[in-house]
Design a protein around this ligand. Structure first.
Ligand code: F6P
Length: 361
């Protein structure tokens, strides 16, 4: 193995830099292999200054830094690439150009650090001959085949800290605090942070809720002397027979952006219970900042394992965590079905057993 490339695709997640660093260090130390950094996801193959050698100097000091030194392009899809011609926006399929650029570079492997969207694109490129090795990234933790993605633990810490802070002020003012959390169609952040932060109600996309049930829980708490309540709402949560709430409808490139459900819940609860209610949207704070030690540890293991996998010829595969061990699985398996909260799993059972309401009963 003489030369590999590395790129970060999709939205950023804490720990990206730790993966990049481990890739560079492992490639140099174990294989004497050159590493090329690709800027802004697949976009880098289409731009003049999109490629650069990644060496010890470039990765020095980046382990604890959030974001990605390679830059991220949220919608960097070479199969649907947004270009401007004579001032007019057009979508074109530039995948052949990207593939040609990769072949010209003579990469033995292209390590792609991405979420479901980027991994899906990468599988398509793999089928067209690109030597892909995947690393699962996302704060949403919604990638199948791996127990956890890096970035999730940091987001969970940020979300839990927010719930802790809301708790103190909620109690002082006898208020209901509604906190909207990220996660798209998966409720992992809201569920885990809600349990860790002691939320009274958790609303997740996997369990459609009834507004009346949320108000009932707040009311019941008041009856026993708890004049405040904490409601953790996943941005993708929706009422029974209702739809998800979007802040932006999206287009051919940008997927529709979820947002606004917490406000609806807050308005309903205040009116139905007569308890003053405030709404907080935690937003991109969940994606920013320094990765937790767990995410640094996981990201480093993923990065190093991805290089060993490439050297062993494991193309079209992705590193994953199973039973505390790093393994590798076919990319196809990772993108087959998105991971969701297990409705029969112990996490939900635990939450229900300690009295948390999911708005469904
Ligand atoms: O997938 C990660 C994520 O942060 C989601 O939780 C969220 O819905 C989305 O990305 C936000 O995307 P953007 O950065 O484009 O607003």
């Amino acid at each position: 193995m003489k030369r590999i490339g590395v790129l970060t695709g999709g939205g950023d997640a804490p720990g990206l830099n730790a993966v990049i660093r481990a890739v560079v260090k492992t490639a140099h130390k174990e294989y004497g292999c050159e590493v090329i950094g690709i800027r802004n996801g697949y976009e880098g193959f289409l731009t003049a200054d999109g490629l650069f050698p990644l060496g010890a100097d470039e990765v020095r000091g980046i382990l604890p830094r959030g974001g990605t030194i390679l830059g991220a392009a949220n919608r960097g899809n070479p199969f649907a690439h947004k270009v401007f011609q004579n001032g007019i926006e057009q979508i074109e399929d530039d995948s052949d150009k990207v593939i040609a650029a990769i072949h010209q570079l003579k990469l033995d492997a292209l390590i792609v650090i991405g979420g479901d969207g980027t991994l899906r694109i990468s599988q398509e490129l793999y089928e067209k001959g690109v030597p892909i090795v995947g690393v699962p990234k996302t704060i949403d933790n919604d990638i199948c085949g791996t127990e956890v993605t890096f970035g999730f633990d940091t987001a969970l810490n940020t979300a839990t800290e927010a719930i802790d802070k809301l708790h103190t002020t909620a109690e002082s003012h006898h208020r209901v605090m509604v906190l909207e959390l990220m996660g798209r169609d998966a409720g992992f952040i809201a569920l885990h942070a809600g349990v860790a932060g002691g939320a009274d109600v958790i609303l997740i996309p996997e369990i459609p809720f009834r507004y009346e049930n949320i108000a009932e829980k707040v009311y019941q708490r008041k009856q026993v002397g708890s004049h405040f309540s904490i409601i953790a709402v996943s941005e993708g949560a929706k009422p029974l027979h209702g739809a998800q709430t979007f802040s932006n409808i999206g287009d051919e490139i940008y997927v529709a952006r979820l947002g606004g459900i917490a406000q609806k819940v807050g308005v309903y609860v205040e009116q139905a219970t007569g308890t003053e209610t405030r709404v907080t949207v935690l937003g991109h704070l969940q994606r920013g900042g320094a990765p937790t030690p767990f995410d640094r540890w996981l990201a480093t293991r993923y990065g190093s394992a991805a290089v060993h996998l490439a050297a062993a010829g494991g193309l079209g595969r992705m590193v994953a965590l199973r039973n505390t061990q790093i393994v590798d699985i076919p990319l196809e398996e990772a993108i087959a079905i998105p991971k969701r909260v297990d409705l029969n799993g112990d996490a939900l059972r635990t939450a229900r057993s300690i009295g948390i309401s999911f708005g469904d009963d």
